[in-house]
Design a protein around this ligand. Structure first.
Ligand code: PGA
Length: 251
């Protein structure tokens, strides 16, 4: 089960350090059955990453990745810092797709580079635009453009985050999430139908908190959650982790 904390640009470097220290004290080395990944902003990555060594079971990721090894890109994280301090990278978050016009092609390019340097991409997808014939056309197009660029033996993670559930306090309907998770798994299976392909975990994100997490954990096809605002204090993130670690909330 994956529990990912997307801190976005919500914390100062001091607060990021304080939150990481609190989590280090309270979760490090425990919860070995959960993949916990923290995504601080670029300024705080090094500090947070150095706090959690490989024994701590907590991993650290970047909120976006470099576009290409030879592309000089102002505002981007350097490839060497990326490879050194990150185990994961969030790509294609809808805030970036909408505000910065990030395309599926750019996201796929970043994902392929991340894999090349040993960083696991967490690729965010949303509902996209449907057609009369296929209401899930937009979602499938986002997935297929990624799948076209990535070797079928590579490991990555998909996070389904419907735009209207992000930051609104109103999560998506779990039945709909289950249905979409099924479509995502099916699309991946059809495109990578080779024996050596690793399992691709599918997460849900959008207004997840300790009160509603139970309804997403128990869904078939959902392997974890991507948490934004409820990951910004140690108490609230800990409440989520404790629910996840309690076996009675599993399928
Ligand atoms: P939220 O954010 O939990 O605050 O809705 C999730 C995200 O944007 O990844």
């Amino acid at each position: 089960m994956y529990i990912l904390a997307n801190w976005k640009n919500s914390l100062s470097s001091k607060d990021s350090k304080r939150l990481a220290e609190a989590l280090h004290t309270r979760i490090s080395g425990k919860y070995s059955d959960i993949d916990i990944v923290l995504f601080p902003d670029d300024i705080s990555i090094e500090t947070v990453s150095l706090m959690f060594d490989s024994a701590s079971m907590v991993r650290v990721g970047a909120q976006d990745g470099p576009l290409g090894p030879k592309t000089t890109l102002t505002g981007s994280i350097s490839l060497s810092n990326f490879g050194k301090f990150c185990d994961y990278v969030l790509l294609g978050h809808s805030e970036r797709r909408m505000l910065l016009g990030e395309t599926d092609e750019m996201i796929a390019q970043k994902a392929a580079l991340a894999i090349d340097v040993g960083v696991i991409p967490v690729i965010c997808v949303n509902k996209g635009d449907g057609t009369k014939i296929d209401p899930h056309f937009g979602l499938k197009a986002q997935l297929e453009s990624i799948l076209d660029h990535i070797d079928s033996k590579s490991k990555f993670v998909i996070a389904y985050e419907p735009i209207d559930a992000i930051g609104t306090g109103i999560p998506a309907d779990p039945e709909e999430v289950k249905n979409i998770a099924g479509i995502i798994h099916e699309t991946i299976f059809i495109s990578r139908n080779v024996k050596s392909s690793p399992y691709i975990p599918v997460l849900y994100g959008g207004s997840v908190n300790d009160k509603n997490i139970k309804s997403f954990l128990s869904l078939e096809g959902i392997d974890g959650v991507l948490v934004g605002s409820a990951s910004l204090t140690a108490d609230s993130f800990l409440r989520i982790i404790k629910k996840v670690s309690d076996p009675k909330h599993y399928k």
